[in-house]
Design a protein around this ligand. Structure first.
Ligand SMILES: [Zn+2]
Length: 285
C-alpha cells in the first residue's frame, strides 16, 4: 500500500501549490493505472484467489556468518614442536601468531631456519615474547621494569620486528588501547613501561594446559571451555577469544593429533572465524 500513500502525499503538495482539483484526480488515475499494469499496487480486487507462492527463505544455517573470532597463539618457539605445529596449521589453513623467544631463534641454525619459515608463510605472524624469557625467574625479572624493557627491545631489534605486538613471559598481562589486565600485580610496572614504549601486550583468554607434556584436556573438552567463555562473556573482548598453546607440547604424536582434531572441531562450527593477533580489536600500538 505504500505507493498509494506516497501518491496521495505528493498530490496534496500539488494541491497546496494551487493546482486545480480536477488535475489532482487526473494524476491519481494516471498513477493507479500505471501501478496496476506494472503490478506495484495490488488492490483487494486485484489479489488472485490463490496467493502466489512466495520464495522460500534459505535455511538460517546456510546464511550463518561467523560471529565470533578465535586467535590461535603459540608461545616459546621456535623449538622441537614448531615444525609439527606448522604442518598441522598449514594442512588446516589455520592462521596463527607465534610469540617467539630470541634466545630460541638464535639458539641454533635449525631454529633460525624455523623462524625464517614462519616469516615467509602469510598464514603466520611472529611476535615478541622477549629475548631471554626472564630465564624463567619471573620474580626477579619483573622487579626491574627497565630490564624487562631492555629484554623486549633486544628481541625486537634482533628479530627486526616492526609491530609492537608482544606477550610477557610467565604472566597473563594485557595492555592494549582499551584493556589493562594483570593476572599478577608483580608485572604491572613493567607492563606499563612496555606500553609507554609502544608495545601492545596481548595475553590470553583460554590456555590448553599440559602436565609432563601431556595435554590436560581433550580437544572436545577444550571446545566446551571455549564455548563457555563466549557464552558467559569471559573473554577480554566480547566475541573475541585468544587461545594459548605451546609449541613444545606438540612433539608427541597423540598431542599433534589432538591439535588437528581441535582445529577440525572448531572449523566445523560456522560461528567461528580465525585470525592473527594483529587483527585483534583496538591493539593501539
Ligand atoms: Zn612463554
Amino acid at each position: 500500500m505504500r505507493p498509494i500513500q506516497f501518491s496521495v502525499a505528493s498530490l496534496s503538495v500539488f494541491s497546496k501549490n494551487n493546482v486545480g482539483k480536477h488535475f489532482k484526480y487526473v494524476w491519481l488515475a494516471v498513477f493507479l493505472s500505471f501501478s496496476y499494469h506494472s503490478g506495484s499496487v495490488k488492490t483487494q480486487g486485484a489479489i488472485p484467489e490463490e496467493h502466489p507462492t512466495l520464495p522460500v527463505a534459505p535455511a538460517m544455517d546456510s546464511l550463518a556468518q561467523p560471529s565470533k573470532t578465535i586467535y590461535f597463539t603459540f608461545d616459546d618457539g621456535p623449538n622441537r614442536g614448531t615444525p609439527q605445529v606448522v604442518d598441522v596449521l598449514c594442512q588446516e589453513e589455520m592462521p596463527a601468531t607465534f610469540f617467539l623467544v630470541g634466545s630460541h631463534i638464535f639458539g641454533s641454525k635449525k631454529q633460525f631456519s624455523q623462524f625464517q619459515n614462519l616469516l615467509s608463510n602469510p598464514c603466520f605472524e611472529a611476535a615478541n615474547h622477549s629475548f631471554y624469557h626472564a630465564k624463567n625467574r619471573y620474580n626477579q625479572y619483573y622487579r626491574s621494569p627497565e630490564q624487562v624493557l631492555e629484554d623486549f627491545t633486544l628481541m625486537s631489534d634482533s628479530a627486526k620486528f616492526e609491530s609492537g605486538i608482544a606477550r610477557t613471559p610467565g604472566m597473563n598481562v594485557w595492555r592494549t588501547a582499551n584493556i589493562t589486565h594483570d593476572a599478577d600485580k608483580r608485572s604491572a610496572k613493567a607492563a606499563d613501561l612496555l606500553k609507554e614504549n609502544g608495545y601492545s601486550l596481548v595475553g590470553w583468554d583460554v590456555e590448553w594446559k599440559a602436565k609432563d607434556l601431556q595435554l590436560k584436556k581433550s580437544p572436545e573438552e577444550l571446545v566446551s571451555e571455549i564455548e563457555e567463555h563466549f557464552e558467559e562473556h569471559l573473554t577480554k573482548t566480547e566475541n573475541h577469544l585468544v587461545l594459548l598453546l605451546h609449541d613444545q607440547h606438540f612433539t608427541d604424536t597423540n598431542n599433534i593429533q589432538s591439535l588437528q582434531t581441535l582445529i577440525k572441531l572448531l572449523k566445523g562450527k560456522q560461528e567461528y572465524a580465525f585470525k592473527q593477533v594483529s587483527e585483534y580489536p583496538c591493539l593501539g600500538y
